[in-house]
Design a protein around this ligand. Structure first.
Ligand SMILES: NC(=O)C1=CN([C@@H]2O[C@H](COP(=O)(O)OP(=O)(O)OC[C@H]3O[C@@H](n4cnc5c(N)ncnc54)[C@H](O)[C@@H]3O)[C@@H](O)[C@H]2O)C=CC1
Ligand SMILES: O=C(O)CCC(=O)C(=O)O
Length: 541
């Protein structure tokens, strides 16, 4: 049974899906204080939320169960993604479900500003019939400036054009060609745009660049009497600057749906003439809420039950087809990681991965992450998966490099890993025979073909007669059965360095390993434990 926690109100259609899903149970736990939230989250595999709950580093810290967080909406600024990634938690969102509703709300705010809808309504309910006071402005013929021409920005632009407005836009990713297609005037910088526009609306996330986008230094760049709208994120406009602009007439109207700190019931702007505000209602339509809840619940269920990663904001996507295609080689990479951590046995400084053949043309990041999981898993007590593996590796100061070569070696696909630390460097190459027969094909430069599973005794030795027999004798005397054996050497001639791999049916005693180590001609013997044949870690199933 996978357990899901619902942290904010989501549409009934999403809850119905959770009710109907096999192997899933859920609880609705809203408005939890930090301590309770932190402890509640440890009982669940997945969480779904809107903008109400705050999943900070503090509430995620130490959680060993939670694997996925879904934001039923766009902005994931209420989730500490760095902390989630470190904890191995996938963060996903529903990028399109509320686009149109939010664009319509921005437009509603612009119309409300132009025609004093909110203030006129208030005056009427207070018993006044004030037709002169609320003289408005027409949108047609005016210029709307849009900062952020993503999904919502574009929907706003097309609506503005339907109202006979001109649109000027600034977005660092907007090309001339796209601007032409969209029928908007592209501005090179925000400052180029500000002097042109009668209305300004922002549709970007809150970032270091967009925070305080309209601040004191830009106030006098605005066309006098212009109006500003924010249905993106609080903080993009500086509140004090808006107050000053309204007072000195530089700004004629301010419409806000979002605030720096939410819930917000106290702002110097509330009640000022020319101001209309809503409590973060951009996505609050039946249609948007149904869509984001249904999509969000699907994302969670699919991730928990099939491993599919879609719309993730902290890790690469992983669809079922890719997972099916890559599972075998991810398993090889993972096993090589586990093996090399034990064969090396010390502190690691550098890792170099080389992908050859067909696999080099695929999503090798998945292989890298799987290798890192294997390499670190024993040291991290299992708190590692393909989401956080590379971060944790780099956090430990281990340098990671990757190379891909499309041309094949002896195998259609292979992975070679080189691990170095202290004065020891070890290398291993692996491949997959059929769908589920991982094989070790190179160890420390010597070619061989060994099963990459279960208990393995690895030993390097001089390539002289009698060594293999003596090792066999040791295990015979200690009553340990050898299931498979492989030997390899680098050159054609005997007498050089060679490597031996024995797959053992039981874990050898330390005495038996000491006895192997004591055989003349053996320079090193080490037992390494891998998962048994055919078994996959949960994150790969
Ligand atoms: N009020 C509400 O209820 C809602 C608010 N939002 C917010 O609206 C914002 C936009 O959402 P979408 O259009 O779906 O996102 P999007 O990702 O499709 O578009 C964002 C655009 O902003 C641009 N951008 C980023 N930094 C910029 C900068 N410094 N200057 C100019 N442009 C920049 C990006 O290039 C991108 O084109 C998000 O922050 C989201 O959280 C979204 C849904 C509902
Ligand atoms: O969940 C909500 O209503 C807020 C929507 C929002 O701000 C977003 O999707 O970014």
């Amino acid at each position: 049974m996978y357990r899901i926690i619902v942290l904010d109100d989501i549409a009934q259609e999403g809850l119905d899906l959770l009710d109907a899903a096999d192997g899933i149970e859920y609880e609705i736990r809203k408005g939890l204080p930090v301590d309770e939230l932190r402890s509640a989250l440890t009982e669940f595999d997945g969480a779904i939320l809107r903008s109400g709950a705050k999943l900070t580093a503090e509430v995620l810290e130490g959680n060993r169960r939670l694997k996925a967080i879904v934001r039923a909406g766009v902005g994931t600024d209420n989730i500490d993604k760095v902390a989630a990634t470190r904890q191995g938690i996938v963060v996903m969102n529903t990028p399109t479900g509320n686009t149109v509703s939010t664009a319509e709300h921005a437009f509603a705010l612009m119309l409300a500003l132009s025609r004093n809808v909110a203030a006129a309504n208030q005056s009427l309910v207070e018993g006044r019939w004030d037709r002169k006071k609320y003289m408005g402005t027409q949108l047609a013929g005016k210029t709307l400036g849009i900062v952020g021409m993503g999904r919502i920005g574009r929907e706003v632009a097309s609506r503005a054009m339907a109202f006979d407005m001109q649109v000027a836009a600034y977005d660092p990713f907007l090309s001339d060609e796209q601007a032409q297609k969209l029928g908007v005037q592209r501005c090179e910088t925000i400052d180029d745009l500000l002097g042109l526009v009668d209305y300004l609306t922002v549709h970007t996330p809150l970032t270091d660049e967009t925070r305080g986008l309209i601040g004191k230094s830009r106030l006098d760049k605005l066309k006098p009497g212009m109006r500003v709208i924010n249905a993106a994120r609080g903080g993009i406009y500086d509140t004090d600057t808006l107050v000053e602009g309204l007072k000195n007439g530089q700004i004629a109207g301010v419409a806000l749906d979002v605030y720096e700190s939410e819930p917000c019931t106290d702002s110097p702007l509330f009640g000022m003439p020319g101001v209309v505000c809503t409590p973060h209602l951009g996505a609050s339509t039946e249609e948007a809420q149904t869509q984001v809840a249904v999509e969000g619940v699907h994302l969670l269920i699919d991730f928990l039950t099939t491993g599919e990663i879609k719309h993730a904001v902290n890790v690469a996507a992983l669809d079922p087809k890719t997972l099916a295609e890559m599972r075998g080689f991810m398993d090889v990479a993972y096993r090589l990681g586990i093996m090399l951590s034990q064969w090396h046995g010390g502190g690691i400084d550098t890792v170099k991965l080389t992908f050859r053949g067909e696999v080099a043309g695929k999503n090798t990041k998945l292989l890298t992450n799987a290798f890192c999981v294997g390499l670190l898993e024993r040291a991290l007590d299992g708190d590692i998966n393909i989401v956080n593996a590379e971060v944790l590796l780099r956090e430990r100061g281990i340098e990671l490099t990757e190379e891909s070569h499309r041309e094949m070696s002896a195998f259609a696909s292979s992975i070679t890993a080189e691990v170095e630390g202290g004065d020891r460097k070890v290398t291993a190459g692996g491949t997959m025979l059929g769908h589920n027969m991982p094989r070790l094909v190179v160890l420390d430069g010597q070619r061989l073909e060994a099963f990459l599973d279960g208990g393995m005794l690895l030993f390097s030795h001089q390539d002289v007669p009698g060594i293999i027999g003596k090792v066999g004798n040791v295990f015979g005397q200690h009553n340990i059965n050898i299931a498979q054996m492989a030997v390899g050497r680098s050159g054609e001639q005997a007498g050089g360095n060679a490597i031996g791999v024995l797959n053992l049916d039981t874990v050898p005693t330390p005495e038996s390993i000491d006895a192997v180590q004591a055989v003349e001609g053996i320079s090193q013997a080490r037992f390494v434990q891998l998962p048994s044949a055919g078994s996959l870690p949960t994150w790969l199933q």
